[in-house]
Design a binder for this molecule. Structure first.
Ligand SMILES: N[C@@H](CCC(=O)N[C@@H](CS)C(=O)NCC(=O)O)C(=O)O
Length: 108
């Protein structure tokens, strides 16, 4: 399958999806570690893709997303942002609400 189609499918099939380096329990970069920590702190299940294991995604997602770096959090099919944005949103309580609402909608 075309890599862009794969990316679109991953985003469509996972309400909360974190593209990161490594895994939430074994992140391979400080930015990914922080992002995974705040997403875990929201208390909902989420999917992740380790872009170090998926070089084609690493090469193509930034163009598709129009976002140059990793991590990238996608919620309900929309890009939320990277580690800085996620941390800021989490501190304001906004990330928790965004994720809970999206998961609630997907389950309805
Ligand atoms: N300000 C960004 C920093 C993220 C960042 O600089 N990521 C780098 C290092 S992990 C990156 O993705 N570089 C491109 C790559 O490694 O493919 C954020 O908040 O997420």
């Amino acid at each position: 399958m075309d890599i862009i189609e794969t990316i679109k499918e991953q985003i469509a099939n996972n309400t909360v999806l974190l593209y990161m380096k490594g895994s939430p329990n074994a992140p391979q970069c400080g930015f990914s570690a922080r992002a995974a920590q705040v997403v875990m702190g929201c208390g909902e299940k989420f999917a992740y893709v380790d872009i170090l294991q998926n070089p084609e995604i690493r090469a193509n997602l930034p163009k598709y997303a129009n976002w140059p770096t990793f991590p990238q959090l996608w919620v309900g099919g929309e890009l939320v942002g990277g580690s800085d944005i996620l941390t800021e949103m989490f501190e304001k309580g906004e990330l928790q609400t965004l994720i809970k609402d999206a998961v609630g909608k997907a389950d309805a």
